[in-house]
Write a protein that binds this ligand. Structure first.
Ligand SMILES: [Zn+2]
Length: 275
């Protein structure tokens, strides 16, 4: 019984220590969200603070590759990404840096740069200097599956957009987020041939080191997604491993108490017999 309890403690402890990396995806950040993928800054900041409260450390984008290679391991971590290159996302990225010391990833659609509601080249350069990691989100936000289906050259489009970003920023741009999260085998081959090292999709799973680097799952914020049975950030507040671990620890504690009580009883009945 006592050994069972010790085993329970071990299992419980192990599961509270489970390694997690979850990547979050946001779009517009506004005080008056009209679309399900828009979010108020206060709510976004609260997610970040709650994740930290449950033991999640922010993984800075420069640490992502070392994490994937196992050079950084253990613990719970999260990374924040924004898609499309909206002005309101840029404001949120700056505030997260100033208020939460968090470096975000910004996936840019190159044709949108300078359009109303979107950031321009100057803002992108400033964000990059500030520590924001810049990735590619296509030239014009068309679904890459559709681009190929229409017989257009996705690889050329990607290379042009990538070169443009690299020229503006003076550093390599090797990350790509699939517009609409859409991909198929041909698309993945295409982005690999354009020299993309990490491709980011939208999926329910969390990141593992066995993930295909060109299909890294991200959890996209969508209002009321839980009602559709979709994964939500709240699933990690607290994460299931921590929740289960604490339950197992409590159970192990009761088993230990029960075991000790039985031992105690056994000892006294043995003592009475001996007398
Ligand atoms: Zn997008």
């Amino acid at each position: 019984m006592v050994f069972g309890a010790i085993f329970g403690f071990w299992i419980g402890w192990k599961s509270t220590q489970q390694e997690i990396l979850v990547i979050l995806t946001f779009h517009g950040v506004t005080e008056t969200p009209a679309k399900p993928w828009e979010i108020e800054f206060g709510k976004l900041k609260k997610y970040v603070q709650d994740l930290k409260r449950f033991g999640f450390e922010p993984l800075s984008p420069s640490q992502f590759e070392p994490w994937m290679k196992g050079l950084i391991s253990g613990g719970r971590r999260f990374m924040v990404t924004f898609d499309d290159g909206l002005l309101s996302s840029a404001e949120a990225i700056k505030k997260l840096k100033a208020e939460e010391d968090l470096d975000s990833v910004f996936f840019i659609v190159t044709d949108f740069l300078g359009m109303p509601g979107y950031i321009d080249v100057k803002i992108l350069q400033d964000l990059s200097k500030m520590g924001c990691w810049v990735g590619l989100h296509g030239k014009d936000h068309q679904s890459p599956v559709e681009i190929l289906a229409k017989g257009n050259d996705l690889k050329i489009q990607l290379l042009e957009a990538q070169n443009y970003l690299q020229q503006i920023l003076g550093k390599p741009v090797k990350w790509y987020a699939y517009p609409f999260g859409e991909f198929d085998e041909k698309v993945v081959q295409c982005i690999a041939s354009a020299g993309i090292t990490y491709g980011f999709s939208i999926a329910a799973e969390r990141v593992t080191r066995t993930n295909n680097p060109l299909l890294i799952p991200r959890l996209m914020f969508l209002k009321n997604a839980e009602k559709e049975g979709e994964p939500v950030i709240e699933d990690y507040l607290p994460p299931a491993g921590l929740r289960n671990g604490i339950l197992i620890l409590m159970l192990a504690f009761f088993v230990l108490l029960w075991g000790l009580r039985n031992l105690h009883r056994f000892y006294f009945s043995w003592k009475n017999l001996a007398n």
